[in-house]
Design a protein around this ligand. Structure first.
Ligand SMILES: C[S@@+](CC[C@H](N)C(=O)[O-])C[C@H]1O[C@@H](n2cnc3c(N)ncnc32)[C@H](O)[C@@H]1O
Length: 230
């Protein structure tokens, strides 16, 4: 899949589906955020979940799936850059923030100096994904659902572009444990997070006869995956 000619160029090697490429919320804090979430200490203290757990789950989507993959809110690949270096799947890394995509690109270039030809960087809005229904074999989104108040709209838009028979992989932070809940509520007061939801509330987002859903939780992190069956 090539985006040359389909989308405008936002920066070298990065395409954009947006009118306005600047001004994303994460642009100003991209570097700081990426350094923090890439540490074991941060994930263990605030989410009671190791990076290894996050990466193990991400590997099922990125390395052990087959076909095309869309990663929505990919960020700077703090947990996933090694997986994207290793996969041979055709992957679209999609984020609203150009600065995050630049960090992602930098991480991918670090090892070989060239961007793998199966990896595409695309700026866009998760609530208005610039692809028709049933486009991708797999979709994933890590550490994102909790950011939004309109969580159902977010999930529905991602599932819209997933093919029937395709697989989805999400993980999100929940308010199940005290430390994580307090942290999330503080960030919510600062307009960084959406409403803090429990495991049960998050799973209700996937209540549909068209989905086969499985889940498990480690600490505050809820892992949700499954298949679109109709
Ligand atoms: C908490 S970070 C997670 C990054 C990465 N998935 C990870 O696990 O480290 C959330 C990411 O979602 C992106 N994002 C936020 N709102 C978005 C939107 N409406 N459309 C696309 N990306 C969005 C942010 O720019 C940021 O990179």
């Amino acid at each position: 899949m090539s985006y040359s000619g389909k989308f405008k160029v936002a920066a070298q090697g990065i395409y954009s589906s947006l009118e306005n490429i600047g001004g994303a919320k994460y642009d100003s804090k991209a570097k700081y955020y990426e350094r923090l979430v890439g540490t074991e200490t941060f994930n263990c203290i605030f989410w009671a979940c190791s990076r290894k757990e996050l990466q193990k789950f991400a590997a099922t989507a990125i390395l052990h799936s087959t076909g095309t993959l869309l990663d929505v809110g990919c960020g700077g690949l703090a947990q996933t850059s090694d997986l994207y270096q290793a996969t041979t799947n055709d992957c679209t890394l999609f984020d609203r923030s150009l600065e995050m995509l630049k960090i992602a690109q930098g991480r991918l270039l670090e090892k070989t100096g060239t961007l793998p030809s199966n990896i595409h960087l695309l700026q866009g809005n998760a609530f208005d994904i610039p692809f028709p229904d049933n486009t991708f074999d797999n979709i994933c989104s890590f550490g994102t659902i909790h950011l939004f108040d309109n969580k159902q709209d977010f999930v529905n838009e991602l599932l819209r572009v997933l093919k029937k028979g395709g697989r989805f992989y999400f993980y999100t932070m929940t308010g199940e444990l005290t430390v994580g809940r307090i942290f999330m509520k503080l960030l919510r007061m600062n307009h960084e997070f959406g409403e803090v939801w429990s495991e049960k509330q998050n799973l209700s987002l996937f209540n549909s006869a068209h989905l086969e859903v499985q889940s498990y939780r480690v600490g505050s992190v809820l892992f949700i995956y499954g298949q679109k069956i109709g």
